[in-house]
Design a protein around this ligand. Sequence first.
Ligand code: Q46
Ligand code: ZN
Length: 316
Amino acid sequence: MKRCLWCKQKAVIYMREHRLALCKDCYPKWFLRMTERTIKEWRMIEPSDKVLVAVSGGKDSLGLWFALTQLGYEADGLYLDLGISPGGYSERSKEFAMQLSERIQRPLHIVKVADEMGKPVPDLAFASNREPCSACGAVKRYLFNKFAVENGYTVIATGHNLDDEAATLLGNVLRWQIGYLARQAPVLPERVLGVGGEQGRLVKRIKPFVRFTEKQVALFTILNRIPYIEQECPFAVGAASLFYKDLLNKIEERSPGTKWAFYSQFVEQIQPLLDEKFPEPELRPCTRCGMPTTAEVCSVCRIKERANKLVAEVKS
Ligand code: Q46
Ligand code: ZN
């Protein structure tokens, strides 16, 4: 049995990639220290920033919200009710988010996708003929940004971990999705429109957990006794990202540290080159809603319009 390197108690985790064993008391301290280091290294949060955490009710986003408040950041939460009903998924996730808000005494904002878009995510996806995750991703990015802009938040923090980011990177590399690769980074700076008023802004996005594996985040959340939704979103079943995560875990097993090397070397050496060579097209205000987009009509307004058209066709 391994002993904690810091205090010699019984270890609860051995991180081969760091050659570090830690106990249940020292591990959360190490985890917070590493989170703070990531925030500072990437200049994720400045003292004047107002931080909004995208809270889903899962281990990553709840762990992140808790960690940020432990580190002294006055971060608020936003829970988007996607209206995913199989297994009571959205309802149960919301309960967990509310429990943590109560415990850390920070406000949790709740926005219902159906109120904002006229329909919940599964109906929007079906009616617009898109994969649920593709419609869901676009709607989430849009509504988080809209809420942040309208309520004066300057940073949106998400709980993406190393497994998520490495799997996305692998997927993008396998298909050489240069546009996506050019914009895959732990920090996406704020982008402002020359014209278009207050809404013409993409709020800065940060991923303070990119250094941690999924297991490391889960352990932090569990050791801090934060209940979270363990059930996967019903639409995640069979997703390619789960398969890529599995592959990367097998590689990591054979060669510890590969996952981090794959991701961090990309971010340090390749992403800046791509970003320079393939700059994002100019942003302009969506002609329907005024939010920033690279097209004439933003993808969310197009989803909404297609969904409404279908309803009109069914009724006639
Ligand atoms: S919530 Fe939405 Fe995820 Fe469910 S529908 Fe897909 S994108 S899997 S993070
Ligand atoms: Zn729009």
